[in-house]
Structures are given as structure tokens and as C-alpha cells.
Design a protein around this ligand. Structure first.
Ligand code: F6R
Length: 365
């Protein structure tokens, strides 16, 4: 049932304030303002020497954001790779490490193969899934649920923000166990997570403006997305989502890599979407953005009030999202990239919920 929405994807985008709340209620003790992991852990975060994550597509981007969180808040070394590369690379893994597999369906063939490889290497095997009765869940030592309800649209939306919410909680738990975060820091980060659903509702309010921008995006042949730090995987996600449902060619790039090649593509015909809410790195990303502007590039900036004040009048299209901490900002920045892809596809008249050539669950490699 799509409710009042034209597509399942729109319904699932709009469900996110509730689905994020639901995920949080599993991982966070709201009264105590603490993360409370309910699953029995067959390993101790304090003793881990390494976390290895594998996943495909959008689930991989969730892990790529979480890498920043585990490194920064838990001081835990992290490796992450797409499962189709990881499984054949057969990397050596020291016994006792934790391997975490992220999969909405729990049936993705490459992710499952990566899991089996890690289990054979004496790793603790954990998974983060939406479908608890899936093969990946069954073969895991511990299963973390994302609890966002069934996702029908082929393009993943609410599963990503639920995966990120759960991963952010796990990173806090790991940080506490490893002595990298104090109790006060935990409380502060938990409060930011708890405020997130309201911020997501506000970010959904950018829809009217985004429809306007999407009308223009639908005429583009190529679109470039830029981001830095945890916004880099969000840029990749924006590009993936646009490709898969609007069939417009899009690429995501680390903002700092721009001058190492892709800046050659910049002209007035290629929109450049810059994902840069104010955080520790925003000035660097905005200076990359100015390099695009100086070459006649057409910029669409996703930022908050503070970021917008820095750029002044130089950018015609600024999509304003609420100001939140840099910890939860990647989750919030996901909303406008989803809406941009969705509305561009609607303008193009594509089959948004069932894009050509794609399957919801990729059970063959
Ligand atoms: C993108 C998308 C895919 C999936 C990928 C992994 O919108 O839906 O990239 O994220 O196929 O699927 P799961 O999470 O089921 O392993």
C-alpha cells in the first residue's frame, strides 16, 4: 500500500522520521540517554583489533560512512570493501577480528560469500539486516536488526538511514567499551541521534524546492556529486540513486580529488551537486566548489544555514537542511539526495519503483 504516495519510493522516503525513531528505540535507552545493545555479543568491542565490513551498493555506502564513525569515536581500525571485490581478494585476517556484513535483504550473493570467507578465517561474524529470516542472518554469530519495515522500492532509501542509525549506535557502544568516549560524550552523541527524526522531517520540507531543481536536472546528460569525509559516501549514494532510477549518468567524487581529473569535465551543462553541511571539513569542500564555479559550473549546494552564510551569493541553488552536529549530518544529508533522484526520475517518467535491469535482491553474483 502506497498510502497517498505515487510510488513506494516516495512513501519510503517519507517514512524515515518514523523508521529512524523505530531503529533508535531498539539501540538507545531514551531515559538513560545511553546506547543499550540488546544482542548478546560473542566478542568484546574493547578487545577488537580490527573491524572488517563488506556490503554491496547502498549498503556499502552505509558501511563507508560508519568507517569514519568507528575510527573517530571508537578509535577502532576499520577496513571496508564492496563484497564482490573482498571475496576474491581473500585478504588475510587476524583471528579474533570482527567482520560485519550489511544487507537489507540478507540474501545478496556476494555479501554472503564474503561472510562465509570471514567465518572460515576465524572471524566473529555479525550482520546488520532488515530481513531477520534471511540466509545472511542465519549464518551470523550476531544479528543486528535495522527494523525499518519491508522496503518495496528497488532503490534503497529508508534501509540506508536505518542502517546508518544502527551503525552510529554501534560506534558509540564501541567507543564506550574501548574507553574512547566518556559518559558525557556518549550522552551528547545520543541526544543528537534522538533529535534526528525531527531534523529529518524538516529536511523533507525541501521537497518543493527540490522539484524545481529536479526539473532542470532531468535535462542533464551527466551529473557530478562531490563530498568530503563522511559526505563522500553520501555523494556516491546520490550519484547511484540518480543513475538507477533516472538513467542519467552520474558520478560521485571525493571533493579533494576534483583537481586530479574530473574538473576537466566541468562546463555549464553539467550540474555539480556539492554535499557540504557545516562540519570540520566544510571550508575545504566549499573551496573545491569555488573552483567549479570559477569554471562556469552549475552548482547545487546541499548545506545548512552556517554553510550557506559562508558562500554568500555565489551559489544560485542552495538546499538548506537543518543544522545538526557533524556526527549525524551524513544521515540528514541523505534526504535531499534521495528527493533529487526521486523527482528527477518522476520528471523523466521512468518506472521509479521498478527501474529497468534491476532486481531488489541480487542473489546471483
Ligand atoms: C541501491 C540498491 C542496491 C542495494 C544492493 C545491496 O538503491 O538498492 O545497491 O543496496 O543491491 O542490497 P542488500 O542491502 O539487500 O544486500
Amino acid at each position: 500500500d502506497k498510502g497517498n504516495h505515487r510510488h513506494f519510493m516516495a512513501k519510503e522516503i517519507y517514512e524515515q522520521p518514523e523508521t529512524i525513531s523505530h531503529t533508535l528505540s531498539h539501540y538507545v535507552d531514551m531515559g538513560a540517554e545511553r546506547v543499550a545493545i540488546r544482542e548478546a555479543l560473542p566478542f568484546s568491542f574493547a578487545e577488537l583489533t580490527r573491524l572488517t565490513m563488506s556490503a554491496c551498493g547502498t549498503a556499502y555506502y552505509a558501511g563507508a560512512v560508519a568507517k569514519y564513525w568507528f575510527e573517530r569515536y571508537a578509535r577502532l581500525p576499520v577496513d571496508i570493501d564492496v563484497a564482490s571485490e573482498f571475496r576474491y581478494r581473500e585478504p588475510p585476517l587476524a583471528p579474533g577480528g570482527l567482520s560485519l556484513f550489511i544487507s537489507q535483504s540478507g540474501e545478496t550473493a556476494d555479501t554472503l560469500a564474503a561472510l562465509r570467507y570471514c567465518a572460515g578465517q576465524g572471524q566473529h561474524v555479525a550482520s546488520l539486516v532488515n530481513t531477520l529470516e534471511s540466509t545472511i542472518a542465519r549464518e551470523s554469530g550476531v544479528v543486528f536488526p535495522i527494523l525499518c519495515g519491508p522496503e518495496i522500492g528497488v532503490a534503497s532509501t529508508k534501509a540506508l538511514t536505518a542502517q546508518l542509525t544502527a551503525l552510529a549506535s554501534l560506534a558509540i557502544a564501541a567507543g564506550r567499551a574501548r574507553g574512547a568516549l566518556s559518559e558525557e560524550q556518549e550522552t551528547e552523541l545520543v541526544r543528537e541521534l534522538v533529535r534526528l527524526p525531527t531534523a529529518v522531517s524538516q529536511a523533507l520540507g525541501t521537497e518543493a524546492q527540490i522539484m524545481d531543481i529536479a526539473k532542470r536536472l532531468s535535462k542533464a546528460k551527466d551529473v557530478l556529486y562531490l563530498g568530503r569525509g563522511p559526505m563522500y559516501p553520501i555523494a556516491l549514494e546520490g550519484a547511484l540513486k540518480l543513475k538507477e532510477i533516472s538513467y542519467i549518468h552520474a558520478e560521485g567524487y571525493a571533493a579533494g580529488e576534483l583537481k586530479h581529473g574530473p574538473i576537466a569535465l566541468v562546463d555549464e551543462d553539467m550540474p555539480v551537486i556539492v554535499v557540504a553541511p557545516s562540519d570540520e571539513l566544510v571550508d575545504k569542500t566549499l573551496s573545491n566548489m569555488q573552483e567549479v564555479a570559477a569554471r562556469g559550473g552549475n552548482i547545487i549546494l546541499i548545506t545548512d544555514k552556517k554553510g550557506a552564510e559562508t558562500v554568500g551569493q555565489d551559489v544560485a541553488d542552495i538546499i538548506l537542511i537543518p543544522e545538526v552536529s557533524s556526527f549525524v549530518a551524513p544521515i540528514l544529508a541523505t534526504i535531499p539526495v534521495q528527493l533529487l533522484a526521486y523527482h528527477t526520475a518522476v520528471f523523466m517518467g521512468t518506472d521509479v519503483d521498478q527501474p529497468r535491469n534491476l532486481a531488489k535482491s541480487v542473489t546471483v553474483e
